[in-house]
Structure formats: C-alpha cells, structure tokens
Design a protein around this ligand. Structure first.
Ligand SMILES: Nc1ncnc2c1ncn2[C@@H]1O[C@H](COP(=O)(O)OP(=O)(O)O)[C@@H](O)[C@H]1O
Ligand SMILES: [Mg+2]
Length: 269
C-alpha cells in the first residue's frame, strides 16, 4: 500500500468519561508529582514498509518547553504526527493528561489540550483572518480562555491590520502567524511548532520567536522543532535529539548549547 500509515479517524471513541475526570488536575509547572502532560514510551511508527520511529521515550511536563532537534529526515515530524494521532503508532504507549491517546482520533487528542502547527501551516485560504481565528477559538482545559481574539491580535499586530483579508492574500509570515494564532485560540496546554520559521524573512522570524517566548512565559508547554538550533535551545528548558528515529541525547538546553561536540555530532553544525 502506497499510502502512509495514517489514522483514518475511524475507531476512536468518546473521551468524555475517563479523560474528562482527569482534566481538573492542576496544570501548573510546579505541580510536582503529577503525571506528565504527555508521556510516550517505546513509540514505533512506520510508513508502509519503512520503519521510521524505533522506540521513542518522551515526557513533557505541564508548562515545560522542550526542543526537538536532529538533522533532516531523522523523524521529528513523524514523531509529532504520531503524538497528534495523524500517524498511527505501530507499538508503544502514549498518554496525554492520563488518557490513552493511541485509542483516540486526532481531533480528540487535540481536545485533550494539544495544539499543533504543522510544517507548511494549515489555515483556510478562502476564509478571512477573522474567520480563521473565530472558528479555532474555544476554551481550554478547566475552561481557560487566556488566549482570546483580542490577545492574539495584540500579540500579532500584523494580523489585526489584515483582519478582513482572505488567508490566501497573506504573506508566508502572516500565514504562519495566523496558524499560531489559531493554535493559541484553542487555549492549549501544549503548543507544538514544527518548523514555524521555515522560509520566513528574518524580521518575521524574530516575531515568531517573540511569541514562542510569550507562550512559554504564560505557562503553556511547548514542543519546538526548528532548523535554527540556537533559537530552539534559547527558548526551551530541555532538548531531545533524534537520530534515525531514536532518542540519542536528552538534557537541559543550556547543556546542549554549551556542548559543541554534541552539536557537531548530531546536528552537523
Ligand atoms: N508520508 C511519508 N511517507 C513515507 N515516508 C515518509 C513520509 N514522511 C516522511 N517520511 C520519511 O520518514 C523519515 C523521517 O521524516 P521526517 O519525520 O519528516 O523527518 P524530520 O522531520 O526529522 O526531517 C524520512 O526518511 C522521510 O523520508
Ligand atoms: Mg520535519
């Protein structure tokens, strides 16, 4: 079969019961002893015959900022897509807020509090900026509405200027901002950014990182992939390095930044 091993949103079931009862758990980063927001163990994934992820262990605590590093083709996007349920895991476990996420559809996983901005964005080109934002907006876990339309427009003044424009009329940078704005309006517990600055002009790149910093400061956990490893390490607490679908290093971002041998070995920088 040529098609990748995508989850077809078929056999998921209602999350209302078991996950809902756990939703009240505190999401503060200082909530020592609580189950992590997300925990993957021994995660495998493949596209057809090609085996891409070979037993990934990954934990993200509430409010934690994690950088996912590794050269091109090492499985970063595949890992993220597996976490979000877009690629079906071949083996392993995945819990999000205590719920078995491997039994859930992508939309159900998102509703547990994960927001994902994929490579190449994902906005509605035929809708206006306002419509794109409005249709994404919802309360987060525990009814949180920290990120409102107003707050997103304050964070991204360029979107405010383009509020009535269609998605297809936006520049690449504005589309990326809209995609991040949409993600924030779901009031997530974890924001996942895959190559959010790819192909953008330097001054827009700076704005994206400014937002990443603001999101981190607001207590939302982040999982960030970006070609610019220095920016990733500067905006995260911890880094995880992938090589050929395996975690080959993980530790404090500051340690990675200071370890030139590690950076050369795994990132080729
Ligand atoms: N849809 C797909 N079908 C088949 N192979 C894929 C698909 N997407 C990615 N791959 C392969 O999986 C491997 C990991 O890719 P990817 O997860 O995109 O890596 P990264 O994000 O680290 O660059 C690569 O060898 C890539 O060619
Ligand atoms: Mg990728």
């Amino acid at each position: 079969m040529a098609a990748p091993n995508e989850c077809q949103a078929d056999d998921g079931y209602d999350t209302g019961g078991t996950a809902g009862s756990r939703r009240r758990r505190a999401v503060s980063g200082t909530d020592a002893g609580a189950a992590p927001l997300l925990r993957a163990t021994g995660l495998h994934a493949q596209y057809g015959e090609s085996h891409i992820l070979h037993g990934i262990d990954l934990s993200i605590a509430a409010g934690e900022a994690v950088g996912l590093l590794g050269r091109n083709g090492m499985g970063k996007s595949t890992l993220i897509r597996t976490l979000m349920g877009h690629v079906r895991a071949a083996a392993g476990t995945l819990t999000v807020r205590g719920a078995n996420a491997l039994a859930l559809r992508p939309d159900q996983i998102a509703r547990l509090g994960l927001a994902y901005v994929p490579e190449g964005r994902g906005i509605f080109p035929n809708l206006s900026v306002r419509e794109n934002l409005l249709m994404a907006a919802r309360a987060g876990n525990g009814g949180r509405r920290d990120w409102t339309m107003e707050k997103v427009l304050m964070a991204f003044p360029r979107l405010a200027e383009r509020i009535g424009h269609g998605g297809q009329q936006l520049s690449g940078g504005e589309q990326q901002m809209l995609a991040i704005g949409r993600a924030l309006l779901t009031n997530p517990d974890l924001l996942i950014l895959d190559e959010a600055t790819e192909g953008l002009a330097p001054f827009i790149v700076g704005e994206i990182w400014r937002i990443v910093a603001a999101v981190r400061a607001s207590g939302i956990a982040t999982l960030v992939v970006d070609r610019n490893y220095r920016s990733v390490l500067a905006h995260t607490d911890r880094a995880v390095v992938l090589e050929k679908g395996r975690v080959v290093w993980s530790g404090p971002s500051a340690v990675a930044l200071a370890d030139q041998a590690l950076l050369v070995r795994y990132l080729g920088v």
